[in-house]
Design a protein around this ligand. Structure first.
Ligand code: NAD
Length: 355
């Protein structure tokens, strides 16, 4: 059966807080209960400003979780459902997810499943969430150390991006979001790549909006990830396995870091399997290494990643399928890769990084 293409509401990008206020006032129904889900960092850096600027949020119910990937868990989901029930949330209640990708993934999952779906508005505060996690309706939590093992595709979520939140974002988190912007340039937009490769922080709101457009265009063509949306998985097959490994061994590493390693591996595979020019692979690898990997972690031997690779959602009949590049700006997907070839590329990347 072909998947239906659900309409996706485009995210709105604002640079002035009054625009956010205006839209919140339009979107929040009178007399409905409003909940804000956030983490304790964002509660400190962004929440007071949001509440000050928006009198409509005066009686809001604030739910705070610990920052970090650990909050994307079934235990926290249970606590959130319990809180919503105890505080009489109904399907007309609104859940505002104020935070990075952890909060938008977690809150998106809770909101899209509670009573079969309550109103959800994402207010992404990290670069990663603005250009990626809060765009496109994918929600999810981790389970048994497997990244994003349980989740939904929801076309009901509204995303309001106020770029002013980025003022307080720590440098490492900038880097994280940058990883996904580099990915967008590599798989879909050579012109963006030309811009992004020379970019320094802070990143301009127009570049944020450009990245959102790229992701939305891909998703509009393929909401349920049966084809083109797999472009967005560039670097994510190995990257997610590595991230899952780090989570399982209680030494979590940033998503952007793991994806950068995954992209370095995918570049080598692209040269061998999809005719990416070596010069282009080297150009991309140089930027990824310089921008995203300033402090290298201890990387596990390949064998430790194999159980996590087996869980990749793109696998077909037990075979690994990769998103690779034909040239910078043009990606391709569903390329079968043997474990042996992947191990070779991963080992080479680690040697080059150590080198
Ligand atoms: N659903 C999707 O399509 C999708 C896509 C990409 C990533 N993700 C998920 O997103 C998550 C990563 O997102 P992330 O990198 O935003 O992580 P995160 O949510 O953990 O945020 C990173 C850190 O930055 C802090 N922070 C966020 N905004 C801040 C601000 N304005 N000022 C100061 N501190 C701030 C947070 O408290 C946290 O400590 C992962 O779980 C990943 O799986 C989902």
């Amino acid at each position: 059966l072909a998947h239906s293409h659900e309409p996706l509401e485009p995210a709105l990008v604002f640079t002035h807080p009054s625009e956010l206020t205006e839209h919140l006032e339009m979107l929040l129904p009178e007399n409905s209960k409003i909940f804000i889900l956030t983490d304790s960092h964002v509660a400190q850096h962004c929440l007071p400003y949001l509440l000050n600027e928006n009198p409509i949020l005066e009686n809001v119910d604030i739910i705070e979780v610990e920052p970090g990937e650990g909050s994307k868990s079934i235990e926290i989901v249970q606590q959130l459902y319990t809180h919503l029930i105890e505080n009489e949330a109904d399907r007309k209640s609104v859940l505002l997810n104020l935070g990075g990708g952890v909060i938008t993934d977690l809150g998106g999952f809770v909101g899209s499943t509670f009573k079969r779906g309550m109103s959800v508005i994402h207010l992404p505060t990290s670069l990663m969430a603005m250009v990626d996690a809060a765009i496109g309706g994918k929600t999810g939590i981790d389970f048994l150390d497997i990244k994003n093992c349980i989740g939904t595709f929801s076309s009901e979520i509204t995303t309001l991006v106020y770029t002013g939140w980025l003022d307080t974002l720590p440098e490492e988190e900038w880097r994280n979001g940058w990883a996904e912007m580099i990915k967008h340039g590599l798989v879909a937009d050579r012109v963006l790549w030309q811009q992004i490769k020379h970019y320094t922080m802070p990143i301009a709101p127009e570049i944020v909006a450009w990245n959102i457009r790229i992701k939305e265009e891909i998703i509009t063509a393929d909401f349920q990830e049966s084809g083109e949306r797999k472009l967005l998985n560039f670097g994510h097959t190995l990257g997610h396995a590595l991230e899952s490994y780090f989570i399982a061994s209680s030494t979590p590493r940033a998503h952007g870091y793991c994806i950068a390693i995954g992209m370095l591996v995918a570049l080598r595979l692209s040269v061998r399997h999809t005719q990416l020019a070596l010069a282009e692979a080297n150009e991309a690898a140089t930027l990824l290494t310089k921008a995203l990997l300033p402090q290298l972690a201890q990387h596990p031997p390949f064998a430790e990643l194999v159980p996590f690779l087996a869980q990749d959602k793109k696998n077909l009949n037990g075979e690994l399928r990769f998103t690779l590049l034909e040239k910078i700006g043009t990606g391709t997907w569903n390329i079968p890769i043997a474990l042996f070839d992947l191990e070779k590329a991963y080992t080479e990347v680690l040697e080059a990084l150590a080198g």
